[in-house]
Write a protein that binds this ligand. Structure first.
Ligand SMILES: [Zn+2]
Length: 168
């Protein structure tokens, strides 16, 4: 199913799959790519301006966990582990919520959403995720917070720079 997306520069683009467009480099996410390998692409969706939020997407177009190849399975867990470690070390993130569903309109991707103190007003568990994301999108998109979020992207990018050499 193709859909239209609007780029930051105002251009409108028809894409079959937003994840394919992002992971192939057709679209550059705001703040840029955090990490990229043959199999995976790491970025943030600044439409939800939460510092340290990370989206880890496969480069191949598929939907389900059981479709990961053996090589992808190994890199996937190593990459999640590395991202999580840098979130803790570099951004002081104490807890993370992981969110992934197979009936997505994008392809295979994992959300890693840092858990901050302000989020508890929306509940304690998975039911709070959507309200938290909407709150961020609607109330936290000011210039100051956006700068803070972009800085978080840059810090994580630096932190992930040595991952490729370790994993190969
Ligand atoms: Zn795709």
């Amino acid at each position: 199913m193709s859909r239209y997306i609007t780029l930051a520069d105002g251009r409108s683009l028809k894409v079959e799959c937003l994840s394919c467009a992002l992971t192939s480099g057709l679209i550059t996410p705001t703040g840029g790519t955090i990490y990229e390998s043959t199999n995976f692409h790491v970025h943030q969706d600044v439409a939800y301006p939460i510092r340290g939020l990370v989206i880890l997407a496969s480069k191949r177009h598929f939907y389900s966990m059981d479709e990961l190849t053996s090589e992808e399975q190994i890199e996937y867990i190593a990459l999640i582990h590395k991202i999580r470690k840098e979130q803790r070390l570099l951004l002081g993130i104490d807890k993370v919520y992981y969110f992934y569903n197979e009936d997505t309109t994008h392809h295979f991707h994992l959300w890693m959403v840092p858990r901050y103190e302000w989020m508890y007003q929306f509940g304690n568990s998975v039911e709070s995720l959507r309200p938290v994301l909407l709150h961020a999108r609607n109330n936290m998109n000011d210039e100051e917070n956006m700068k803070y979020v972009i800085e978080g992207i840059e810090i994580l990018r630096d932190g992930l720079m040595d991952f490729a050499s370790n994993s190969k």
